[in-house]
Structures are given as structure tokens and as C-alpha cells.
Design a protein around this ligand. Structure first.
Ligand SMILES: [Zn+2]
Length: 60
């Protein structure tokens, strides 16, 4: 049983298809940070985005 987070639920691009998957919130956040940097051009993940990510992580 893992966790997942869809970028389109928290990110600036409602059409983004990226889905982060992991066993822990930290794994998800690491993937989101990497994705935000490489795809959305964010140099760092702001605290609001971390909060949004944590509240949108779901079990799968
Ligand atoms: Zn994205």
C-alpha cells in the first residue's frame, strides 16, 4: 500500500500528468521537489506548496 500525489491537484499546471508515488510523505515530497524544479522551473518548493502537497497525498 503506497501513497500518491497528482501534480495537477497542487501545481500551477492543471493539465500536468505527473504522479508522485512512494511509501512515505518524504519520498513523495522529494519527487515533487525534483519535478517542480525540472518541469515547472521552480528553484525551490515554497512552504505553501509543501502544505498543499501534504494535504493532497492519498493512499492507493
Ligand atoms: Zn507537474
Amino acid at each position: 500500500m503506497g501513497k500518491k500525489l497528482q501534480c495537477k491537484h497542487i501545481g500551477p499546471d492543471a493539465d500536468c500528468q505527473f504522479v508522485a508515488r512512494g511509501e512515505t510523505n518524504d519520498e513523495i515530497l522529494a519527487q515533487v521537489a525534483d519535478h517542480a524544479k525540472t518541469v515547472h522551473g521552480l528553484s525551490e518548493v515554497p512552504p505553501e506548496l509543501v502544505q498543499a502537497a501534504l494535504s493532497n497525498i492519498s493512499e492507493e
